[in-house]
Design a protein around this ligand. Structure first.
Ligand SMILES: *Cc1c(COP(=O)(O)O)cnc(C)c1O
Length: 369
């Protein structure tokens, strides 16, 4: 079945005698011993979570998935599942929340080398005998850098390491890392999966149900950072329309990127769909669409960027991305003093409003700079 069809039908488990069309929400935390569904206690297994995991595994074309209470919990589960003393290679511009997880929670437990993932020689040079994971994020947050998944997968496998890809920005609508050589995929389902800025969640998908996956499941069940049944239900509901939302987000992002690219008050635009983007060709070889996030650097510095944002009426000045509403923020202000993000960089999560209205709002805001 094609993506759109799987998204609508997969994991919709109807066991109720009334035969509802949509699977009900099972709020019960505990289940009668000896039941047919195999659930015992909701931290270990819940029908809505099982459905979500089945659905996302199918969309990413993996064998299995594990849902968590946030994207950070999902990413952190990978580091928790590693043996102490493991070495991880991660991108310089890794999502800052997971960068924080690695350098604070796992300080003294694992070793990590941060590299520029577009420099394959640097990735190769960073490999050590203890390297267990190469972590990539493509396109990256917030610089929209593109990593060649196939090439980094080769490096990882030669080193007997696993390649894990944070696929939050691309979503499985546009990119299936498991088909390009990655071993595991991570998502912050808070973003496009939820799609309406009202659910926090994360999920891991594995190509194989192997020994490492068993450890991930132990972290999920024993660590207990699992999502509630209501959130799993809402995520399944949101995923039914993911393909159509992503096509809209990407089409709108391209229109905004082109507008910003030709704007005299903009220094640089970061969007892999633009031919001028250094990663455009690699992106085109591994993605079927370029996603809904555009970053740009406004002429001047932090002051001008803040001023522009304050003049906008339709774009919401908030963090996060992937919702139906357009959200904008100056990223360096959120990432704190140790950030490498340029101070004048504005990240836009392009929403599903009509682009005429979005462009009109940008026009009036730029006119006041
Ligand atoms: C938001 C985000 C995360 C973290 O997810 P949370 O749900 O906020 O914990 C990880 N990676 C990327 C690329 C993100 O955008």
């Amino acid at each position: 079945m094609k993506f759109e069809t799987l998204a609508i039908h997969k994991g919709n488990r109807i066991t109720d005698a009334h035969q509802p069309v949509v699977q009900p929400i099972t709020l019960s935390t505990t289940f009668t011993h000896g039941n047919d569904g195999g659930s015992l206690y909701t931290r270990a297994s819940n029908p809505n979570r099982n459905s979500l995991e089945e659905l996302v595994a199918a969309l990413e074309q993996g064998e299995c998935a594990a849902a968590f209470s946030s994207g950070n919990a999902a990413g952190t589960a990978v580091f928790q599942a590693l043996e102490a003393g493991s070495h991880i290679i991660a991108p310089h511009d890794m999502y800052h929340g997971l960068h924080q997880s690695m350098v604070t929670l796992f300080k003294g437990i694992h070793e990590v080398t941060f590299v520029d993932m577009s420099d394959l020689e640097a990735v190769q040079k960073a490999v050590r005998p203890s390297t267990r994971i190469i972590w990539i994020e493509t396109p990256s947050n917030p610089l929209l850098k593109v990593t060649d998944i196939r090439k980094v997968a080769e490096i990882a496998h030669q080193a007997n390491a696993l390649l894990v890809c944070d696929n939050t920005f691309a979503t499985p609508v546009f990119q299936n890392p498991l088909l390009l050589g990655a071993d595991m995929v991570m998502h912050s389902s808070t973003k496009y999966f939820g799609g309406h800025s009202d659910i926090l969640g994360g999920i891991l998908v594995s190509k194989l149900k192997n020994e490492f996956w068993e450890k991930i499941l132990t972290v999920q069940k024993v660590g207990g950072a699992v999502p509630a049944a209501m959130d799993c239900y809402l995520l399944c509901r949101s995923l039914r329309t993911l393909a159509y939302r992503m096509k809209g987000h990407a089409a709108h992002a391209m229109i905004l990127a082109e507008y910003l690219y030709s704007h005299p008050k903009v220094d640089r635009v970061h969007y892999p769909g633009l031919k001028s983007h250094p990663g455009h060709e690699i992106a085109a070889s591994q993605m079927t669409g370029f996603g809904g996030v555009v970053s740009f650097e406004v002429n001047g510095g932090a002051k001008e960027a803040d001023l522009l944002i304050s003049m906008l009426k339709l774009f919401v000045n908030a963090t996060s991305l992937g919702g139906v509403e357009s959200i904008i923020e100056r990223r360096a202000a959120v990432e704190g003093p140790d950030t490498t993000t340029p101070p004048n960089l504005i990240r836009v999560s392009v929403g599903l409003e009509h682009t005429d209205d979005l462009l009109e709002d940008l026009d009036q805001a730029f006119a006041q700079l």
